[in-house]
Ligand binder design. Structure first.
Ligand SMILES: CC(C)(COP(=O)(O)OP(=O)(O)OC[C@H]1O[C@@H](n2cnc3c(N)ncnc32)[C@H](O)[C@@H]1OP(=O)(O)O)[C@@H](O)C(=O)NCCC(=O)NCCS
Length: 159
């Protein structure tokens, strides 16, 4: 991971947050915004090998977000939660999920939204419901349009 990449700067801001350096975390988050024009919360819980395509341009996330390993998120994705910071409700994005460009994911107030392992969300979708593992959802409002090929899931999990 390159030191100037949005993924690295984000992981550094999360590390600062975990150390209790809230001000430092905010400064690093602002640095990511200044360089890459993204707003990535230092409070988020994020796994390994996440890819923010196109230098994370325009990605905006609520702090109540948990993301698994090897997820791929394209530019101008918004991940929103209507619950307040510190609540028990989250947007949970499990391992190997793909979220296409300009998609908007909204967890409604007092509810948790889960995008389960290996699911894909189409470009430009507006998603307000949980998505089962391995399904492809797209459109506004997003609906199930198919399944991610089992071959692709197997390849993804080996990487
Ligand atoms: C959602 C996605 C993964 C679906 O791929 P797929 O499983 O191959 O789906 P298909 O192309 O077979 O399309 C199935 C149907 O869903 C529709 N569909 C596909 N993507 C859609 C989208 N993003 N929004 C609305 N409808 C969509 C297709 O028009 C098709 O409809 P039809 O059956 O009426 O003809 C893909 O279309 C997508 O949006 N990828 C995002 C990639 C991206 O953001 N790239 C950025 C590069 S800079």
């Amino acid at each position: 991971m390159r030191i100037r990449s949005p993924e690295f700067i984000w992981s550094f801001s999360r590390w600062c947050h975990r150390q209790g350096w809230k001000r430092g975390a905010r400064i690093v988050k602002t640095l990511n915004w200044a360089i890459h024009k993204c707003l990535l919360p230092s409070e988020a819980v994020v796994g390994n090998d996440i890819v923010l395509e196109h230098y994370a341009l325009g990605i905006v996330m609520h702090p109540q977000v948990k993301i698994g390993d090897r997820c791929r998120i394209f530019h101008h994705v918004t991940i929103a939660a209507e619950s307040c910071i510190g609540s028990e409700h989250f947007v949970i994005i499990e391992d190997d999920v793909m979220i296409g460009a300009h998609a908007v994911v909204i967890a409604r107030s007092n509810s948790t939204l889960v995008i389960a392992r290996g699911a894909s969300i189409g470009a430009g979708s507006v998603l307000t419901k949980s998505v089962p593992a391995g399904e492809v959802w797209a459109g506004n409002p997003a609906r199930r349009i198919g399944e991610v090929g089992s071959r692709q899931l197997a390849v993804d999990s080996r990487q």
